[in-house]
Design a protein around this ligand. Structure first.
Ligand SMILES: [Zn+2]
Length: 131
């Protein structure tokens, strides 16, 4: 496939491999995390006193947050691979300008350029409820 000029500095095959392997390990992490937090798995015995049970609930809560993080990252990784496949990888989702090779190397799932990312973060700092 012909590679657009703006991806010149990007080691795309390396990024693709990195994304593919991250996707694989996220899937494994998600399976393991589900096993840890979902109530039916494994056949959990409500053993222990109340303090134990509270601790267990807390652990599941934290585990659930982690699961959400893994799922969100998996979505980002899948979307990045999709962009590589469709040839839109490396272009900012907001302004359409190329994302710097350095940024992509550091964060292969980056959707926007640094300037737009900074703007997004400023915005969500002002209005965290609007994402
Ligand atoms: Zn941008």
């Amino acid at each position: 496939m012909e590679r657009p000029g703006y991806l010149k500095g990007v080691r795309l095959p390396r990024l693709e491999r990195a994304l593919a392997s991250r996707q694989q390990s996220l899937r494994e992490l998600i399976v393991r995390q589900r096993e840890a937090v979902e109530p039916d798995y494994p056949a959990s015995e409500p053993a222990g006193d109340e303090a134990d049970q509270a601790q267990d609930r807390e652990r599941k809560l934290i585990g659930g947050d982690l699961l959400d993080l893994y799922l969100a990252e998996l979505g980002e990784v899948a979307a990045a691979r999709e962009r590589i496949a469709t040839g839109t990888y490396g272009l900012c989702a907001d302004c359409g300008e190329p994302i710097s090779a350095r940024r992509l190397e550091a964060q292969p799932t980056a959707r926007c350029c640094l300037a737009c990312q900074a703007r997004r973060e400023r915005f969500s700092a002002i209005a965290p409820q609007i994402r």
